[in-house]
Ligand binder design. Structure first.
Ligand code: NAP
Length: 275
């Protein structure tokens, strides 16, 4: 497994997303993924499955210290006291201290200095090993790093072959933080992409494997595909077994001008312009 080093954290480049994997499906898929070889699991308070994810981690039989577990706090809990209460609840739900605690989205109403102080305090109180953010733009990330008394290790952002993150990625590398790509297959949309299909055929792979490979072959980028099927979880792991040529990487990168963004809401920040 490729490991990304980010300000002291060692993050496996291929992870497993759990959005919408609730109830026993969440527990079963997390345990299945870990038994297949995944060592990085992503959840959030908002997914309402932390307890099931934690149960999957425990019942998998994989030693806890081999697993990199991420959760995220929702912006409605970004006030100092709410934040620490929420972080404590996450530990309780998961049944274990997460490796990484993220701010799920930037908040438009709660000042970032208050939240960054609470995030650092959560780490100092042993409620997480590392801290980071999600869906932060360059100006917000700059401010977050300035305000944080301890280094951030990650910005989890939407990233797939249909969306450029050319402006943000060099900034992440400059800060020494990892990029985690959410919606890495554009929720399955890349399956039908002719350019990716052609490359996939040349490698005897499917388009989702090629899209995931394109992500993790970039410096400092991790991907967290979600699937509700053991077959697809196994198939997605094969991205670790092949490489794309520079020309293939370029052809896929050219698709980013599509500028297709899935997670764009009224509470989203003003996104960075493509570089
Ligand atoms: N920070 C944030 O704001 C944020 C936002 C969105 C997501 N996330 C995180 O990122 C993770 C991934 O994003 P996502 O779940 O939204 O989207 P995604 O991983 O891009 O797409 C999930 C979809 O892809 C399909 N799929 C996966 N592997 C496949 C394969 N080999 N063949 C065919 N179809 C396949 C799944 O269907 P099947 O179930 O049928 O396989 C599912 O419908 C989430 O689960 C969550 O942990 C974070």
């Amino acid at each position: 497994m490729t490991i990304i080093q980010a300000n002291g954290a060692s993050i496996p480049a291929l992870g497993f997303g759990t959005y919408q994997l609730t109830g026993s499906l969440g527990t079963d898929m997390v345990a299945t993924a870990l038994n297949l070889g995944y060592r990085h699991i992503d959840t959030a308070r908002m997914y309402e499955n932390e307890a099931e994810v934690g149960k999957g981690v425990m019942t998998s039989g994989v030693p806890r210290e081999e697993i990199f577990l991420t959760t995220k706090i929702w912006p409605s809990d970004f006030g100092h006291d709410d934040f620490l209460r929420s972080a404590k609840q996450s530990v309780k739900n998961l049944g274990t201290v997460p490796d990484l605690l993220l701010l799920h989205w930037p908040s438009k109403s709660i000042p970032l200095d208050e939240t960054m102080a609470a995030l650092a305090e959560a780490q100092q109180r042993g409620l997480t090993r590392f801290i980071g953010v999600s869906n932060f733009t360059i100006p917000l990330l700059r401010l977050a790093t300035e305000l944080s008394p301890i280094p951030l290790v990650n910005n989890q952002i939407e990233y797939h072959p249909y969306l450029s993150q050319d402006a943000l990625l060099p900034f992440h590398r400059k800060l020494g933080i990892a990029t985690t790509a959410h919606c890495p297959s554009a929720r399955g949309k890349i399956m039908d992409e002719p350019v990716i299909r052609e490359i996939a055929e040349a490698h005897g792979m499917n388009p989702i494997q090629v899209g995931l490979r394109w992500l993790i072959q970039q410096e400092g980028v991790a991907a967290i595909p979600r699937t509700s099927s053991e077959k697809n979880a196994k198939s997605n792991l094969k991205v670790l077994d092949f490489q794309l040529t520079d020309e293939e990487m370029r052809k896929i990168s050219a698709l980013r001008s599509t500028n297709y963004r899935i997670c764009d809401f009224e509470f989203s920040p003003v996104w960075d312009a493509a570089a």
